[in-house]
Design a protein around this ligand. Structure first.
Ligand SMILES: NC(=O)c1ccc[n+]([C@@H]2O[C@H](COP(=O)([O-])OP(=O)(O)OC[C@H]3O[C@@H](n4cnc5c(N)ncnc54)[C@H](O)[C@@H]3O)[C@@H](O)[C@H]2O)c1
Ligand SMILES: [Zn+2]
Ligand SMILES: [Zn+2]
Length: 439
């Protein structure tokens, strides 16, 4: 799939963009540790050239914290198009400003900042409304334009389908248009509290807000990874009366029950999830949020269809959600989808008046200051609840399969570099993936 996608992209040429993915290397040829993609289930630590200021709005960061995301697993499984061997991954990271380009006005070397996972221009129609993920001017992918009619912003470390920008699972990273895409962090907010403003916090907040959770709602959440765990908390903060979480990983079900008070359904025990939801909630859900993953088909039919490339994505969660919500209920898709799924229950969607909302890639700039100032600083939302592990950057290649198999109760990981501070009080100490328990 990758070869065909890359060939087609080459044939289509590139779309115009105001920033470019290729970076200059720092003088002297010094290298840094970085995690690069080489093929399906094949990621490796490499020595990559340290980036230098390449365009005048650039900022170079020394990374003090990075992590792995469920979205990275789609890359690991080769499910996102236009990956190339040697691509540096990672779209969630923070750091200290190391160098600034001549046009950068608001940032100085030494300042602590968190990066948005998307690269926004700050000036287009979408950026004017802080819809940074939908920026029109930072992604050269004609393939995405061809498939979707329009294209998202460029993203860090997320294939050439989103611009081919080197990512932040590295010791240094170049952030184009730094004034727009970096948020300064106050001294009294730890790295562990700040890092997840990059993606997980705005993303989980966005699905709850964009799908319209309101006081009294009964909310179902498919998938209890970091996005689902945070979405459950946001739903409660927005007044949900009940949250029902669906997953099959025992540690994740238990985590949601004990830390957030979520009622759970283990779909390895209740194979008919919809039936179980109606037993728990005869009226049906008001809101359903898809925080799962399209690369884990549940049924034999969809495993076969996917293997035969008759579909790229699966509709199983979408169908469960459409059937489980009440008439005129709302369903939000924040889980990533890439292409096509067969046998969507379009009848139930139409007849019940279900509002099926593609939440899109979350616009980080729309929410990150609100989340920092109104929730993290006053202590209303402490993101450290989801951090289960901290590992050194050297372990990143081993972290991919460990996170993929969800071993040792892993939820969210803090990945440290030689530039990181010591772990904050109450947060996990450094461990090695080799020492994690396999169940
Ligand atoms: N739209 C965005 O801006 C955005 C940003 C970040 C992540 N995401 C997406 O959100 C999703 C969740 O991310 P994460 O980091 O929490 O991922 P994760 O892989 O850690 O968690 C996904 C969870 O879904 C569960 N799951 C799989 N199939 C399921 C099913 N049929 N029913 C119920 N649960 C099921 C898995 O067991 C797992 O616990 C991913 O698809 C990711 O790509 C989207
Ligand atoms: Zn992410
Ligand atoms: Zn823009």
């Amino acid at each position: 799939m990758q070869t065909a996608a890359n060939k087609f992209q080459e044939y289509l040429g590139t779309e115009p963009a105001v920033v470019h993915a290729e970076y200059k290397h720092i003088e002297g040829g010094a290298s840094m540790k970085a995690l690069a993609w080489f093929g399906t289930n094949d990621v490796r630590m490499v020595a990559a050239p340290i980036p230098d200021i390449t365009e005048p709005d650039d900022v170079i960061l020394q990374v003090t914290g990075t992590t792995i995301c469920g979205s990275d697993l789609h890359l690991y499984h080769g499910e996102i198009m236009a990956l190339q061997k040697g691509d540096i991954l990672g779209h969630e990271f923070m750091g200290k400003v190391f160098k600034v380009g001549p046009n950068v006005k608001n940032l100085k070397p030494g300042q602590r900042v968190v990066s948005s996972f998307q690269i926004a221009c700050g000036k287009c129609e979408y950026c004017k409304e802080n819809l940074s993920s939908f920026c029109d001017r930072t992604n050269t992918s004609s393939l995405q334009n061809y498939m979707y009619g329009q294209r998202d912003a460029g993203f860090f470390g997320y294939s050439h389908f989103t611009g081919g920008f080197p990512g932040g699972q590295a010791e240094y990273v170049r952030v184009p248009i730094g004034d727009v895409n970096l948020l300064p962090i106050p001294d009294n907010i730890s790295d562990e509290k700040a890092l997840y403003l990059s993606d997980v916090l705005p993303t989980s907040y966005h699905t709850v807000v964009d799908t319209g959770v309101k006081p009294g709602d009964v909310v179902g959440i498919w998938g209890l990874g970091p996005i689902g765990q945070c979405a459950a908390r946001w739903a409660i903060l927005k007044g949900a009366s009940r949250v029902i979480g669906i997953d099959r990983i025992p540690s994740r079900l238990q985590f949601a029950e004990s830390k957030t008070g979520v009622e759970t359904i283990d779909f390895s025990q209740f194979s008919d999830v919809t039936k179980r939801i109606y037993e728990l909630c005869p009226r049906g859900l008001d809101v359903a949020l898809d925080c799962g993953t399209f690369h884990e088909p549940k049924t034999f039919t969809h495993k076969i269809q996917k293997t035969l490339l008759l579909e790229t994505d699966v509709p199983e969660t979408i169908n469960e959600m459409i059937v489980s919500v009440r008439k005129m209920g709302r369903c939000g898709l924040i889980a990533a989808y890439a292409g096509f799924a067969n046998a969507v229950n379009v009848g139930a969607l139409m007849e019940k008046g279900v509002r099926l909302i593609g939440n899109g890639q979350a616009p980080v700039r729309k929410y990150w200051e609100e989340i920092l100032n109104e929730y993290i600083i006053p202590g209303k939302f402490d993101p450290t609840f989801m951090i289960t592990h901290r590992v050194p950057i050297d372990d990143l290649a081993k972290l991919y399969p460990a996170f993929d198999k969800r071993i040792d109760g892993v939820e969210k990981v803090f990945v440290e570099t030689r530039f990181s501070s010591a772990p904050s009080s109450g947060c996990p100490r450094t461990s090695r993936v080799d020492d994690w328990k396999s169940i």
